[in-house]
Design a protein around this ligand. Sequence first.
Ligand code: B12
Ligand code: SF4
Ligand code: SF4
Length: 397
Amino acid sequence: MDEKALKKQIEAIGFDEVRFVRADNVPSGRFLEWLENGWQADMTWLDRTIEKRLDPNLVLPNVKSLIMLGVSYWPDEAVVSSQKKWAKYSLYSDYHDTLLEGLKKVGRIFEEEFQVSSTDYRLYTDAGPVIERGWGAKAGLGWQGKNGMLISRKHGNWLLLASILTTLELTPDAPLTKSFSRELESEHSMGLNCGKCTRCIEACPTKAIPEPGLVDARRCISYHTIENKEIIPREFRMAIGDRIFGCDICLDVCPWNRFARQGRQLLLSSRYDVVHLTLLELLQMTQRHFSEAFRKSPIKRTKLHGLLRNACIVAGNLDDSSEWLEGVKDERKLVMDQLVLLTEHERAMVRVHAVWAVFRLAGKEGFNLLLKTRRKETDPEVVAEYAWWEKKFFPKS
Ligand code: B12
Ligand code: SF4
Ligand code: SF4
């Protein structure tokens, strides 16, 4: 099989973009600087895999090429694409599993057509020690926008990436060249086709993009609602707004999305049903309901208590314009009752956010609503949450 036929077969499996790149000159850009700044928050697994990310030979000895792959996940269905509650990638079965199925099929082609064994290649999507956006940019899949995303001319911000490291020598594809606006070109071609646009940086509600293309995860809503397993700092809770899982704000505002169309979705399995869950249903979730509702979904990453934490924050932000109130009548009272119950949840982490939400919605009345619960509370972080509200409402006492 020649390289052209290989690409065609990989596309037929369901990868919308397939590009080859030589496994040299690792496109790490400012990766090390990002880590040194502490912008990885508590994602310590990134520090633990630095050497491998910077040297693909440590991942696969004698590696010659990478095959960089993209799968478009633009939903192109008004109800799903315009909603802000859930990150769009979470409205599919977990891509780590579904893309891996496609990757395994490519592995079988390798073994049958190129007489290589399973030790001659590595298959990754997201979780591997691979700087996926750098390699993707180098292979010409797109360029890295000021929002940090690998942006494709054809699919906008909506490509999920996967990579195959292989000992096969493949003819490399060319990276994109600059089509206009030379002035903003940096050594890493950051914002190659962004021109003077800075929409994403301005739109970020938590100011999490301190420099073009670099995201400070400690301030990022995506990090806090998905990866953070602890209390979400108070300063970010209001900015989270209606967002319960992940954040697409800096992706949504990008003008390059105008060319995106619904992809073939051969390696995706939509779970658009998630958008119909009400806030009350989320706040009332039991472990059994959570496991059923998010089976095979990336949302299960938060675990039940993480989702309850996020739901409390969203509840605390409820106002008349909230997406969560669309089409649901009289839910406010029930939401408040449920929040009060959650102030007695077995996990202190959930209680902290439930207390926050009750005070956000009820103001000083919160002290009456939570009178008994507060007396019983012994966890220092929950006690501190009560104390914060006390100081806010009664600064002189
Ligand atoms: C850690 C991580 C996060 C963290 C940190 C994000 C960040 N911006 O660094 C958090 C939890 C916040 C996060 C959030 C999201 N993530 Co994430 N995440 C990752 C992960 C695992 C590592 C990223 C990383 O190393 N960051 C550190 C920075 C410094 O590295 P970098 O972003 O890759 O940028 C450097 C290099 O790529 C290089 N580079 C880039 N282009 C070029 C070009 C040339 C020529 C050269 C030489 C170098 C170069 O230089 C850059 C730094 O200077 C990757 C998967 C992976 N294995 O790479 C997914 C990944 C980046 N995430 C992804 C997604 C979808 C998201 C979210 C959209 C999810 C959501 N909706 O909530 C958000 C988007 C936030 C954003 N604006 O970036 C996709 C992005 C796909 C794409 N088209 O870009 C990835 C690739 C996963 C995947 N397999 O699809 N994520
Ligand atoms: S994902 Fe959201 S919080 Fe994170 S950088 Fe983008 S807009 Fe900001
Ligand atoms: S919104 Fe503007 S600055 Fe941000 S990535 Fe898109 S084109 Fe670039």
